[in-house]
Design a protein around this ligand. Structure first.
Ligand code: SF4
Length: 256
C-alpha cells in the first residue's frame, strides 16, 4: 500500500472516531485500573455469552473460590459448576485452571502484575501462549489493566468496521491487525468503548438503525440496504440499560 493510501485510511479512521466522540462523548477511564489477572479471567468468562451472564458467572466464581489458589486446587468440575450460568462451563473451567497453574508455575504466585514492565508485544506473546486466550482477550488486558493504547476487536466491532469499510477481513483477529494503522494515536480506549456502544444502540447485528445513524454517510453498506434499514425501530430498551463492560463492573465492585 502506498503512503498516500495509508494516510487516507488513517484519516478515515480518525474521522469516524471523531464522529463517534461527537455523538457519544469521550468516555472517561475508570479512576482505577482492573487487576490484569481479573481482567484475563473475566474476559475469558465473557466469551460466547452476554454481559449479564458473564458477570453472574464471575460473581459466582469469586464467591465460591475467593482466592485464585482455591480455583487452582479445586476440581475443574467444581469450577464448572460455579460458572455454569456463563455457558461453555467445562471448557472455560479447564482453561481457567490451566492458566492459573501456568502463571503460578512461572511466577510462583497468582498475579500478572509483572506484565506492567513488559512491552505490548511481549504481553501479547505471553498471553497468546495460553490456551483459550485470543487477541481480543489479550488486548482487553492491555487496554483495561495496563493502560496501553491498544484497540480490542470483538465480533461486534469487527462487524461495524467491516460495514464502515474500514477493513475488509473475514475475522475479528484479522480486523484487530488491520485496525492498528487506523486507530488515532492515544484514542484506542475511546474508539473501542464508543464502537461497543454504537453496536449495541445503533449498528446492531440484525436490524441496524440506519435511520438514526451518525455514520450513515460514512457507511459502505449499499445505500438501498441502509435506506431500507432506516425504518427499523428500537427494541429492547430495558435490556440496553443493563449492558455494561464486565471489566468496568469488576473495577466498580473492588472500589466498593
Ligand atoms: S448506516 Fe446502518 S449499517 Fe451503516 S454504520 Fe450506520 S447503522 Fe451500521
Amino acid at each position: 500500500m502506498t503512503k498516500r493510501a495509508q494516510a487516507a485510511r488513517w484519516q478515515r479512521g480518525s474521522r469516524i472516531a471523531g464522529i463517534l466522540e461527537g455523538h457519544f462523548g469521550s468516555p472517561a477511564k475508570p479512576g482505577r485500573r482492573s487487576n490484569p489477572l481479573e481482567t484475563l479471567i473475566a474476559t475469558l468468562l465473557s466469551q460466547n455469552t452476554n454481559d449479564q451472564n458473564s458477570y453472574r458467572a464471575w460473581v459466582s466464581l469469586r464467591k465460591s473460590f475467593p482466592a485464585w489458589e482455591k480455583v487452582a486446587s479445586a476440581s475443574w468440575q467444581a469450577v464448572a459448576t460455579s460458572i455454569k450460568v456463563g455457558g461453555l462451563k467445562n471448557q472455560k473451567a479447564q482453561r481457567i485452571k490451566k492458566i492459573l497453574r501456568s502463571i503460578h508455575r512461572e511466577t510462583g504466585k497468582y498475579d500478572l502484575g509483572f506484565l506492567n514492565d513488559r512491552s505490548n508485544d511481549e504481553v501479547m506473546e505471553y498471553l497468546l501462549s495460553m490456551k483459550g486466550v485470543g487477541k481480543k482477550t489479550a488486548a482487553c488486558v492491555l487496554v483495561f489493566s495496563l493502560d496501553r493504547d491498544v484497540f480490542p476487536v470483538d465480533t461486534h466491532i469487527h462487524r461495524i468496521c467491516d460495514r464502515l469499510g474500514l477493513v475488509s477481513t473475514n475475522s475479528a483477529d484479522r480486523t484487530f491487525d488491520a485496525m492498528k494503522d487506523l486507530v488515532p494515536k492515544g484514542g484506542a480506549y475511546s474508539f473501542h468503548i464508543n464502537l461497543i456502544r454504537f453496536g449495541r444502540e445503533t449498528c446492531k447485528a440484525s436490524k441496524p438503525l440506519c435511520g438514526t445513524c451518525p455514520l450513515f454517510d460514512q457507511c459502505m453498506v449499499p445505500e438501498t440496504q441502509r435506506l431500507a434499514a432506516g425504518t427499523n425501530t428500537v427494541r429492547g430498551e430495558s435490556n440496553k440499560r443493563k449492558d455494561f463492560l464486565i471489566t468496568e463492573r469488576i473495577v466498580r465492585d473492588r472500589a466498593g
